[in-house]
Write a protein that binds this ligand. Sequence first.
Ligand SMILES: [Zn+2]
Length: 536
Amino acid sequence: MASTRIENATVWSGHRLPDGSVYSSDAVLMVDGRIVALGETARRLPADQVVDAGGGFVAPAFGDGHVHPIFGGLEREFAPVRDHATPPEIAAAVGAWAREHPEMEWVRGEGFDHTLAPEGIFLAEWLDAEVPDRPVVLRATDYHTVWVNSEALRRVGYATGVTQPHDGEIVLDSAGAPTGTLREWGAWRPVYNLLPTPPESMRLSAVDFAMSGFASTGITWVQDAWVEPGDVATWLTASDQGILHTDIDLALWADPNAWRDQLAHFAAAREQVAADGGPFVTSHTIKFFADGVIESATSAMLEPFCDCPHWKGMPNWEPSEMAAAVAAIDAMGFTAHIHAIGDAGVRMALDSMEHAARVNPPRDRRWVIVHTQLVDPPDLPRFAELGVIANFEPYWSKFDSWQSELTAPRLGPERTNRQFQTATLARMGAHISFGSDWPVTTFAPLEGIQVAVTRQMDPDGPPWMPEERLSVDDALAAYTLGVAFQAGRDDAGLIRPGAVADVVLLDADPRAVDPMTIGAIAVRSTWRRGQLTFGN
Ligand SMILES: [Zn+2]
């Protein structure tokens, strides 16, 4: 028997009292991976180990409802393209890295700021000036936009007169020549197919880096939101090597062009993970992309973009195909996890789920629409009606350069101020869960919670769409109980006797500090099933 008592704490249980406040206590006892007692009882019972929280704040550990651990962990192996202020600065960093790595035939970078060039169009020649002789492939922090140099364009065979893919855009200049910017898979997948796969040792070290990073911010469960066939083996090896410092569910990516052929693979992958994955990994989920992103004008819209009057974006699926695919995987017992950004993308996702619920027998579904950026008003109540979880990346709900440079000009003022309606959907009875979409943005839940409750960029404000701000209690709940519900972990997400002992200890009560400093609260310890995964 292993037991730990945390005392001298504010224990935020997550359990709502009739008046809407959250039940809190001053101590918690964990025995053999489960919460056994709170308060007075917890203090009376014996424990092998006693942690004096020194007035700290204890909560259920966080979950991340949408994240990309391998992509994120690999970023630091490539040219450092994040955190530069101009395209020439990015190009210079790429050039310096390329000169230090003459052995790399392909120069890669992940996570550049795609708001730095007008209309998000980055030119091959800016990279040619630094790296003329080797192919350069850079992916933006949105993971939907790619910037390549002329050598990469030459290798993939993109030149004047190139045929546009149906599911992507090779951005052309006024003379019809490729600029160097590629939007969505259809355009960039052919380039990525030419790239050598990073060695397995590098991928495993990426997993280790990501999973220990998550644990250090209080996370004990994550949804890997984009798993390709080759990734399953990496996760199984990671499990064998003992580097799964957080639990993970794998969402297998459904290819709009080949999903029927994938069904057998999905079932086999789920079985293999259940048989060989150990206690920390499952594969219950199928990932769909309904559309792209607003910043690239690839999200699917009900009405045209303002800066491009005939263009309604780029659905990734035929609606009838998505409905058939969601029904098929739902019948197999998988959960649908659908990326939907534009209001037409969200509607297609909801329609697909409604169809699946009609043609398949009733069951307890935990299906999710992720990002939920722009929802047409008549579709808002459908989340609660259909039992669809709305997953938000709360860090995005502030008026930053993504909004000012790329999104607002495309949406116009009316739609701009209807994005990320977190509080509205919660009031309508929808389940809300939070995620980070790291490496798109930071995985630290407290940084996301700060934005969810302020929707502010800086202390002097102003808040963006202040009516959509959440209380700290509600934001904590979305990052704890909300994600546990999404995961189908009905014994997690609350601190109550019998629950899984997934617990985080913070330095301060997020309700008691200036909301603009919530992101700076230190995480002291993380326990998964009563075992420390971070801190001491
Ligand atoms: Zn994502």
